[in-house]
Design a protein around this ligand. Structure first.
Ligand code: AVJ
Ligand code: FE
Length: 442
């Protein structure tokens, strides 16, 4: 059992780690760059910073702490539902200095609230959950700010060591047996509402790629005329690829026969062994059809990631129930790119699937909806307002996702045309009866 004091120390440490990352992302650029809009898809960095502070004020200072507002006059400016990202630069936002002062003032009060909030007994889940939710919220916006950095023009300002080298990955596909498994969670303390509750799902046997699709494999799709052949695209995808003029993943460029990729201001030859990143759902779907496969459903993705055939149990992570370490997965912005396939042998799932968590978010074929038994917690605007079929589910987290903000049950979502997310994909296919034989449970 975790004592209340251990929990308090863990929360304090996670708040501090998140803030160090927010500070690094916002201190890396000058004030002009902080208030500028680098892409219509993104907020100015200074909006994200004050929004992080405002959500923390709403949930921890006012709600959990019962304290007076710090700045109730700015709630409206930092309400994500009141102003679209494209309109945020025109708002009378707090300037860089004011925003930094504001988040500091809120954080000081939050540490005071944390000291005085009983985290034991019946209140443990409620009290601690609000802190966990806010830690995850800040880390999610940090990944969003990292995506803004990737869209920013100009000289590099972020630096990190390269990811570890690739390694052997075994066969290209593995068979996932048919039968039931437990999807979602009712016990993971900081799981968000859309990951709940745990429920049984039955799948047919299927094959799933051992690794995410690599740059090298993706260039073959391009070389084969994939972007010009309507056979591979859904009607919506084909319309989009033409109207948007897509010819390659975002940030790719060709010089002669060689592909290059720009990442955080540095243009370098494409690493054929790294997972492809910055593709939209339509590109992922088209590649899969070209390859004679399809995208996994999110049910299939989660089964491949969690199902342990030895026990029939669902694990917290592909490698087991232990929290992620740097040996398990490429998470936490330790590197500024996905790692080559095979770089994380300790992160492999029981069925032999690599790099499900970390490296790149993976598009699935599923629409974002609530599970049976879904209950809004703690507020409808976190996920429920996005249910309904406009968004596709992404799984597994990227190199820019902090370990506290991803689990094997974690569900991300975005519009199928979006490419600014650190998103790639892997393929799946139905198992033929011969392949499936002997793999069906029971
Ligand atoms: C889960 C990444 C889609 O950024 O829109 C941040 C997370 N929710 N603030 C988003 C979120 C509220 C969300 N995603
Ligand atoms: Fe937010």
């Amino acid at each position: 059992m975790t004592s209340a004091e251990d929990l308090r120390a863990t929360v304090a440490d996670q708040l501090t780690r998140a803030r160090a990352r927010s500070a690094a992302l916002t201190d890396a650029v000058d004030d002009d760059d902080l208030v500028r809009q680098h892409s219509k898809l993104m907020s100015p960095l200074v909006w994200d910073l004050a929004h992080i502070g405002n959500q923390e004020e709403l949930w921890l200072v006012r709600d959990v702490g019962g304290r007076d507002p710090v700045r109730s006059d700015i709630d409206e400016l930092y309400d994500a539902f009141k102003h679209a990202r494209a309109a945020r630069p025109e708002l009378p936002l707090l300037g860089p200095g004011e925003a930094r002062g504001y988040v500091r003032e809120v954080r000081d009060k939050v540490f005071d609230v944390l000291e005085r909030t009983p985290l034991e007994g019946a209140r443990l889940l409620d009290g601690a959950f609000a802190f966990g939710m806010i830690v995850q919220h800040e880390q999610q916006h940090d990944e969003t700010m990292l995506a803004t950095h990737q869209l920013r023009a100009g000289a590099p300002v972020l630096h990190a060591p390269p990811p570890p080298p690739g390694g052997p990955v075994g066969p290209p596909e593995v068979l996932v047996p048919g039968g039931p498994f437990t999807m979602g969670t009712s016990t993971e303390a900081w799981a968000l509402d859309n990951e709940r509750p745990a429920h049984q799902v039955v799948t047919a046997p299927f094959l799933i790629d051992t690794t995410p699709v690599t740059n090298g494999a993706y260039t073959e799709f391009i070389a084969d005329g994939g972007y010009r052949d309507p056979r591979w695209w859904s009607p919506t995808g084909w319309e989009h690829v033409q109207s948007a003029g897509l010819t390659a993943p975002r940030f790719w460029s060709r010089s002669g026969d060689a592909w290059h990729r720009r990442a955080f201001g540095v243009t370098a030859p494409l690493d054929p062994a790294q997972p492809v990143v910055h593709v939209c759902f339509h590109e992922a779907e088209a590649y899969a059809r070209w390859a004679g496969k399809r995208l996994p459903t999110e049910v299939e993705w989660e089964k491949a990631a969690r199902f342990d055939p030895a026990t029939g149990r669902s694990l917290r992570y592909p490698w087991g129930d232990d929290d992620p370490t740097p040996e398990h997965a490429n998470l936490g912005q330790r590197h500024l790119s996905p790692a080559p396939v095979g770089a994380y042998p300790k992160g492999v799932s029981p069925l032999g699937v690599h790099q499900l968590v970390g490296d790149v978010w993976e598009w699935t074929s599923s629409d974002f909806r609530g599970y049976a038994g879904f209950e809004v917690f703690p507020y409808a605007e976190y996920s429920q307002v996005f249910f309904g079929g406009d968004h596709k589910v992404l799984r597994g987290g990227s190199f820019g996702t902090d370990p506290v903000a991803v689990r094997a049950t974690f569900r991300n979502w975005d519009y199928p045309i979006r490419r600014q997310v650190f998103a790639g994909f892997r393929c799946a296919r139905d198992a033929s009866p011969e392949v499936a034989r002997g793999a069906v449970e029971g």
